[in-house]
Write a protein that binds this ligand. Structure first.
Ligand SMILES: C[S@@+](CC[C@H](N)C(=O)[O-])C[C@H]1O[C@@H](n2cnc3c(N)ncnc32)[C@H](O)[C@@H]1O
Length: 220
């Protein structure tokens, strides 16, 4: 389900056309109660990466361009973000992206065990108020799902500029025995991985003087 249809109505006609014509060709729609067949996504057994909450798609498109042999699934329920990614896909001629336009938890439930080689959750909505913590996309249940869908040796990358959410994430991640934190020194969580392009929210955080935290975990 795509959210933000009201703002979607204000989309430029070219972007609206992308939603009507290109999205149906790239959209993933798992059948209810059935697991997704990863081979069916691109027609081969290429490694799959997953980005949850891709926002304007800048990071996802840059990764797809830099890794043409990887298939990248992007999850984003907001229509303006989906339209922005579709525009990048067209502009850059990317053919290794698929899109899921609903809640990431529904897609996670439909992904087979050990089907994802790398998973990104970059600057998820922090929901800082205590009564909203239950809305956070990173929690013990989703961390267990991340561990289940990641293949052995696969990597989970998260980032946030909210110190409370960083602590919350770490608590959930360190409690998951199938995941191993790759940090050895402070620089490992203070610096974005060198092969990871910045996201829009990361730019905003840095401009506002906030220091993002980058977390990398390996699936054991
Ligand atoms: C703060 S923005 C960050 C966007 C992007 N990752 C960045 O760093 O610029 C969080 C994004 O997560 C998306 N999002 C929120 N809830 C989600 C969910 N349940 N499943 C997937 N994406 C979700 C939002 O629509 C939004 O685009």
């Amino acid at each position: 389900m795509l959210y933000g249809r009201r703002s979607g109505h204000r989309l430029r006609p070219a972007r609206r056309r992308l939603l009507e014509e290109l999205l149906p060709r790239l959209a993933i729609r798992p059948e209810e109660g059935r697991m997704l067949d990863p081979v069916g996504l691109f027609g081969d057994r290429r490694p799959l990466w997953l980005e949850i909450g891709f926002g304007d798609g800048a990071h996802l498109a840059a990764q797809a361009a830099a890794h043409p042999d990887i298939g990248i699934i992007g999850v984003e329920p907001f229509v303006n973000g989906v339209a922005a990614l579709l525009a990048r896909i067209t502009r850059e001629g990317l053919d290794n992206v698929r899109i899921y336009t609903d809640d990431a938890r529904l897609l996670l439930a439909a992904l087979p065990d050990a089907s994802i080689a790398r998973l990104f959750v970059l600057f998820p909505d922090p929901w800082p108020k205590r009564r909203h913590h239950k809305r956070r996309i990173v929690n013990r249940e989703t961390v267990a799902a991340f561990a289940r869908v990641l293949e052995p040796g696969g990597e989970l990358r998260l980032a946030t500029d909210d110190p409370g959410y960083a602590r919350w994430m770490l608590e959930a991640l360190l409690a998951e025995p199938r995941l191993d934190w790759l940090a050895e020194r402070a620089a490992d969580w203070r610096q974005r991985p060198a092969d990871q392009p910045p996201t829009r929210y990361e730019g905003k955080a840095l401009a506002a003087g906030r220091r993002p935290v980058h977390l990398r975990f390996r699936r054991l």
